[in-house]
Design a protein around this ligand. Sequence first.
Ligand code: URA
Length: 209
Amino acid sequence: MQHFTKVDHPLVQHKLTKMREVKASTAKFRMLLRELSHLLAYEITRDLPMTTATIDTPLEQMDSPVLKGKKLALVSILRAGNGLLDGVLELIPSARVGFVGLYRDEETLEPVQYYFKVPKDMAQRVVIAVDPMLATGNSAVAAIDLLKKSGATDIRFLCLLAAPEGVARMKEAHPDVPIVSAALDRELSDIGYILPGLGDAGDRMFGTK
Ligand code: URA
């Protein structure tokens, strides 16, 4: 997988445009996020290892492709990560789930950890970290640092929007972690918002503003 993949499928792009619009209600925003998370999950799991199983169709026996069964862990970077998590879990219901709680200090823009709970056997799992917004990259880098400390070696990062600054920061700190995103926006504002962006993803999905 390359370091940064933009999913430019027409459905993804159309739904993302609808989400960006300031007039989208909380309910609409959530619904679109859920739909988009299915489509993005499809892309981030594209290279999962496969094997074959011998099955009987109504007509004959065949060797048919199935997932090799490598264990998965989805890790939500709280709180906005939960908006992506639900949809990805619907597609991969047997995945284990972890949470990393980080908030952004509004003055320094640096991440502050307040929660960390992941499955025990992270070294054996394909880990998909989810956070809709890859902005400065500070939270993403800190979360991946923690996941690596917990033993994870095969990690991917799934987001909705990325800023060039965040992608560069991730490439520098974690070049082994591929990023899948629906868009690469222009830049960060001076207070760390992605431009043109969609505003505060957490506030928009939970209706807290
Ligand atoms: N987090 C958000 O929710 N939005 C941004 O634009 C940047 C970080």
